[in-house]
Design a protein around this ligand. Structure first.
Ligand code: GDP
Ligand code: IMO
Ligand code: MG
Length: 429
């Protein structure tokens, strides 16, 4: 029987998706990215060797596994080239195993200029984007102005589109933002180079997924960012520009909902967020510093310090519902080692009254005061533990509480960054 699993973050990103995808790729034949772009930073550690991936699916370190980049991903060809070179340098064979959908929107240098110029203009209200041009590239896609990978291979069509789009964006950059502009000829030349990079990688991702299913192969769909960064269901406007939900796996890869057999939600044992926007359980004290230091909470893409706070079980329930999460992987449990008490947010108040935000947007979320339950911490190291029975009883009680509050079974618990630092509670495959 073929089995396809969607693995996605159910907080504000950086939950440890890369590690979990890499670990479960042992049982998979293909791994598919379906949204986002090189704003993602997915860290994999194998026997102490770290690899950070931004665009290439996190199955690439397993020989022979196919890696697919679906149409929902906004693609920066130069960033992809850089990543392939990095992997080549590590002796990882990419060509022949990686396929890119011709329907991916292309991220161009003017998208980066627009991203940065918008952020500058917003000042204190800035979203704190990764500055990779993600938002403007998705805007171009939706406005039907964008260039897609396929367009790069028809030179005269590509040039005609560029003439229009560069004229438009240069006007906005110059007149509205007072920013630098791009040179049309340079953009045309760049596109020729992009076509060369991408030519050997093109493939019909949707058809490939269908064939793999027919051949009863196992597929992993790898989410980027996290549920609370979803363009529709996240803390809008402090979100990314794609649908990060499990539902996005279908539209972003060209598959029907029937391909999804299981949804695995990856959740940190606490919460982090990079960039601006509301974060009810954020900590500004020694506990927050403990989480940041022990968790080494610095962005894998931009190196920015991540904001840290307690686990928010109310947001977790919301994420479980809108993704159809059927199993959880709790990561970074070891980061909580050494805390006297651990808190979990179970709901919110606003002006002293119970508050249940109907829409988890930035406005409603910024008014929430967390309501906590407090649990006993533990002082023994859980780092690298692989058996549930080896965990301190307080850590087991904490995991039980996450199960109870989320209403979802725990499939996995991660106790360290390495591929082998896991407790398997239920076999996902
Ligand atoms: P992703 O974007 O969801 O793939 O996550 P990132 O790679 O951006 O951030 C997760 C960080 O936590 C990386 O540095 C991982 O190596 C690390 N990590 C993952 N799982 C664990 C764990 O269980 N314990 C510890 N201490 N680190 C972990
Ligand atoms: P992974 O896949 C954490 C955040 C940015 C910013 C907002 C919008 O590694 O979990 P964007 O550049 O997407 O327009 O920025 O989204 N963000 C992430 N935060 N992890 C990520 O990816 C992120 N990708 C984007 O910090 O707040
Ligand atoms: Mg990350």
């Amino acid at each position: 029987m073929s089995r396809s699993v969607v693995i996605l973050g159910i907080q504000w990103g950086d939950e440890g998706k890369g590690k979990v995808v890499d670990m479960l790729t042992e049982h998979a034949d293909a791994v598919v990215r379906f949204q986002g772009g090189h704003n993602a930073g997915h860290t994999i550690v194998v026997e102490g060797q770290q690899t950070i991936l931004h665009l290439v699916p996190s199955g690439i370190l397993h020989d022979g596994v196919e890696c697919l980049i679906g149409n929902g991903v906004v693609l920066a060809p130069d960033a992809l080239q850089e990543e392939i070179t990095m992997l080549d340098g590590k002796g990882v064979q990419v060509t022949g195993r990686l396929r890119v959908s011709p329907a991916c929107p292309v991220i161009m240098p003017y998208h980066v200029l627009l991203d940065l110029a918008k952020e500058r203009k917003q000042g204190k209200a800035a979203i704190g984007t990764t500055g990779r041009g993600i938002g403007p590239a998705y805007e171009d896609k939706v406005s039907r102005r964008g260039m897609r990978v396929a367009d790069l291979f028809d030179e005269s069509y590509c040039n005609r589109r560029l003439e229009e789009v560069v004229d438009f964006h240069n006007f906005v950059l110059r007149e509205y933002f007072g920013s630098d502009t791009v040179d049309l000829q340079e953009m045309k030349d760049l596109c020729r180079g992009y076509a060369e990079v991408l030519a050997p990688l093109l493939g019909d991702v949707s058809a490939r997924i269908h064939m793999l299913r027919e051949a009863r192969k196992n597929i992993l769909f790898e989410g980027a960012q996290g549920t609370l960064l979803d363009i529709d269901h996240g803390t809008y406007p402090f979100v990314t520009s794609s649908n990060t939900l499990a539902g996005g796996a279908c539209a972003g890869s060209g598959s029907g909902p029937d391909v999804i057999d299981h949804v695995l939600g990856v959740v940190k044992a606490y919460t982090t967020r990079v960039g601006g926007g509301p974060f009810p359980t954020e900590l500004f004290d020694d506990v927050g510093r403990h989480l940041a230091e022990r968790g080494n909470e610095f962005g894998a893409t931009t190196g920015r310090a991540r904001r840290c706070g307690w686990l928010d079980a109310s947001a977790l329930r919301h994420a479980v519902r809108i993704n159809g999460v059927k199993g959880l992987c709790v990561t970074k449990l070891d980061v909580l080692d050494g805390l006297d008490t651990i808190k979990i947010c179970t709901g919110y108040t606003h002006e002293g009254h119970p508050f249940d935000p109907m829409v988890m947007d930035g406005q409603a979320f910024s008014q929430c005061q967390p309501v906590y339950l407090e649990m006993e911490g533990w002082h023994r190291s859980t780092s690298g533990t692989t058996k549930m029975s080896d965990l301190p009883k307080q850590a087991r009680a904490y995991l039980d509480k996450i199960h109870e509050l989320s209403g979802v079974q725990l499939d996995l618990v991660s106790t360290g960054p390495d591929r082998c630092h896991n407790i398997v509670c239920n076999e996902v495959y």
